[in-house]
Design a protein around this ligand. Structure first.
Ligand code: KG4
Ligand code: ZN
Length: 338
């Protein structure tokens, strides 16, 4: 029996440097170095991200190989994110991957970051996996999309944001509230004790399956500015209710369009992906909806929701099986399309 292929995945599209080792569809290691430097700026500073990736990439890869208990000679192919993302960050991962492929004389595989978020569902953890075709709500710091997934290499975006991403809506709201970056997890935490109906904000009126979050952000900003004008402790005194109401507003926008997409396509296999899929309220609401409307609902394991290289490695597995390899001349693209 031939041994199952071993793939090294590399992710460096934003502010996480990550390397993972996959054997077959099982993860042997998934190492992530977060860049704390951006917290003091309230957002990712591209030049600092790129420099931190340069410092992190070799130790992170070494650690992934060590943790997987393999030798680098055991690796059959290297897969890396070639977009979308920050160009300076992508270049670090792509330069490393190309050199490694030449040095080890193994195939090179390019991966679309957003497709990798979706394919994270196929990492073998003994869990249920969606059947094709399925709908995936991809919600991250940079993207908000509803994707119709026909197969591992055939996906169509049927709805996307016209302005901010859902993660940005969380992060920008958190910034207005004086919470640290990235603010999504902090809003999630404070919202647990708050009243979702304490405050109401403007709702977008966008046609089709597209999203918009910039109006909501402005509405949140004005409501908070008005509150602070009347009472300088307004945020402190209402933090839990504000977080719960903001989270409710963002999640309602997402659920509304997802329900519309289910109705339009008739597809009843529903998945979520991306950093915002870690949100506890979104998960609870989707689970309730799945029971009520009788659809199957899938969420990847928590560590495969936010940016990680395990998802790049599993996406690499599908391309490796198809012998869909990249050339050394391939260059990353900040705005890579499907
Ligand atoms: O997928 P991801 O790790 O990076 C991008 O590709 O953007 O997503 C990061 C985003 C951030 O906006 C972060 O605030 C958000 O995911 N996020 C959350 C939660 N955990 C992470 N948003 C809401 N609730 C959470 N629990
Ligand atoms: Zn991402």
């Amino acid at each position: 029996m031939s041994k199952e292929s071993i793939i090294l995945g590399i992710e460096s599209s934003c502010d996480d440097t990550s390397a993972a080792i996959l054997q077959g569809k099982k993860i042997l290691s998934n190492v992530i170095a977060n860049q704390e430097i951006h917290q003091q700026y309230g957002g990712v500073v591209p030049e600092l991200a790129s420099r931190a990736h340069q410092q992190n990439i070799i130790p992170v890869v070494n650690s992934s190989i060590k943790k997987a208990n393999i030798k680098k000679e055991d690796i059959d192919a290297i897969a890396f994110t070639n977009g979308p993302g920050l160009l300076g960050s992508l270049l670090v991962g792509s330069s490393f991957a190309k050199s490694f492929a030449i040095g080890m004389d193994i195939p090179l595989i390019t991966i679309n970051h957003l497709q990798a978020h979706i394919l994270a569902h196929f990492i073998d953890e003994g869990n249920a996996i969606p059947k094709f075709p399925f709908l995936c709500l991809t919600v991250s710091g940079g993207h908000t999309q509803i994707v119709k997934v026909e197969s591992s290499n055939n996906m169509q975006i049927i709805g996307s944001t016209l302005d901010d991403a859902a993660g940005e809506a969380f992060d920008k709201s958190a910034k207005i509230l004086g919470l640290p970056y990235p603010g999504g997890p902090f809003i999630d935490k404070h919202a647990k004790k708050g009243n979702i109906h304490a405050f109401t904000f403007g709702k977008p009126k966008i046609k089709k399956l597209d999203f918009s979050f910039s109006g909501l952000k402005t509405s949140i900003l004005y409501k908070i500015q008005d509150g602070v004008k009347e009472n300088s402790d307004f945020i402190k005194e209402n933090l839990e209710d504000l977080c719960a109401s903001i989270q409710y507003a963002i999640v309602s926008i997402l659920l509304n369009k997802l329900q519309k997409a289910i109705k339009q396509t008739g597809i009843k296999q529903i998945a979520i992906a991306g950093g915002v899929s870690a949100n506890s309220y979104l998960r609870d609401q989707l689970e309730n909806l799945a029971k009520k409307e009788k659809f199957d609902f899938f969420i990847p394991k928590f560590e495969y929701c936010t940016d990680n290289a395990a998802m790049v490695a599993i996406a690499g597995y599908f391309k490796f099986s198809d012998k869909n390899f990249a050339q050394q001349s391939e260059s990353p693209s900040a705005r890579l399309l499907f």
